[in-house]
Design a protein around this ligand. Structure first.
Ligand code: TLP
Length: 349
């Protein structure tokens, strides 16, 4: 049976060029600062983001958590979006690792405005925690891949600066945000004090993320990475694939965006409930409640037909387009879903 795996862009496999680069990578002990390939990746990543330094970490989660630990003090409050990965999916790391308290606030399709944030910054008061950090997710995963514009980020930065609060951007899919808006990632990253981005999603590397920021900040983060057991020794083997990802896999993200739009439009035309405003990048979130089934049931029905989608809520399923998914796969998927919808409507399922 043909399988179309649309659960996540994390399922992408390293390209042939990546595998060759991994095989040939020059390596050393990175904890001694002696892995030339890791160093090359960190310099490349920092340069692309327009930051002084970068740190290669095992995952996006590790990058975010290290940033939280380095930016905040125990008992601080962290402003984040209510559906953000940092709050929703990182196993309460804010509390457990950083010893900070989350202040989740809902954004508009995942996007927080400076106005919305302003009302949640704590005043100086002996009873209240200090607002230690503002976290933004760009693109916003659970909102369906929505993007912060440069202008929205500039307003938030102005607010944050005037309150002396750093901004951390979870830019797991920052290259998607930049591609969709036709701006440089540097322009988006400029408005954040630190930014994490993933090599192992749309860029297809097998493992790894980069955390970038000022030289001093990254020095501090290096210590926290060691604390978490993230000193990875001959990590050049995996860093090599990340370099290829940054150098060769960014431009093609526009194909993923086009495929997501084609899929979303096809699904809407057969009666699926999708907020098309959110279909800005490579993510499509559909609500299946109008078919009288849950997301779990929908995913199971799709799975039986070889279409893999992620359960994203009681009635929400997520499709993510990525390298390896071609237009034919999208048309095939839409065809299968149309057939299932027909059967459901006819009371056959
Ligand atoms: N997201 C994964 C799942 O954890 C949901 C996915 O399949 O989308 N920030 C954002 C915005 C993310 O979407 C993810 C991964 C991460 C951070 C964490 O990255 P990893 O998986 O490398 O720890």
């Amino acid at each position: 049976m043909k399988i179309v795996d649309l659960r996540s862009d994390t399922v992408t496999k390293p390209t042939l060029e990546m595998r060759q680069a991994m095989y040939q990578a020059e390596v050393g002990d990175d904890v001694y600062g002696e892995d030339p390939t890791v160093q090359k990746l960190e310099e490349l990543g920092a340069g692309i983001m327009g930051k002084e330094s970068a740190l290669f970490v095992a995952s996006g989660t590790m990058g975010n958590q290290i940033a939280l630990m380095a930016h905040t003090n125990k008992g601080d409050e962290v402003i984040c979006e209510a559906d953000s990965h940092i709050f929703y999916y990182e196993v309460a790391g804010i509390a457990c690792l950083a010893g900070a308290q989350a202040r989740p606030i809902s954004g508009q399709r995942g996007i927080l405005s400076s106005d919305r944030i302003k009302h949640h910054i704590r005043p100086q008061d002996v009873h209240q925690p200090r607002t230690g950090l503002i976290c933004l997710e760009n693109t916003h995963n659970r909102a369906g891949g929505t993007c912060y514009s440069v202008q929205e980020l500039a307003q938030i930065k102005e607010l944050a600066d005037s309150n002396h609060i750093p901004v951390h951007m979870d830019g797991a899919r920052i290259f998607n945000a930049a591609t969709a808006q036709n701006v440089s990632v540097e322009k988006l990253a400029e408005k954040a004090t630190s930014i994490t981005f993933c090599l192992s999603k749309g860029l297809c590397a097998p493992v790894g993320s980069l955390l970038t920021g000022s030289h001093d900040f990254i020095q501090e983060c290096r210590r926290y990475r060691k604390m978490l057991g993230g000193g990875m020794r001959q990590a050049g083997i995996i860093a090599a694939a990340g370099i290829v990802g940054l150098e060769t896999m960014v431009e093609r993200l526009q194909d993923d965006h086009l495929h997501a739009r084609i899929l979303a439009e096809a699904l809407v035309s057969i009666g699926m409930d999708i907020d098309m405003e959110t279909v800005q990048t490579n993510i499509v979130i559909a609500n299946v409640s109008s078919f009288g089934i849950t997301a779990k049931q929908a995913a199971a029905l799709l799975g039986e037909q070889g279409i893999k989608a992620a359960v994203f809520g009681e009635y929400s399923i997520r499709f993510v387009t990525h390298h390896g998914i071609e237009k034919d796969d999208i048309n095939y998927t839409a065809g299968i879903i149309a057939k299932l919808v027909k059967e459901i409507n006819a009371g056959l399922l």
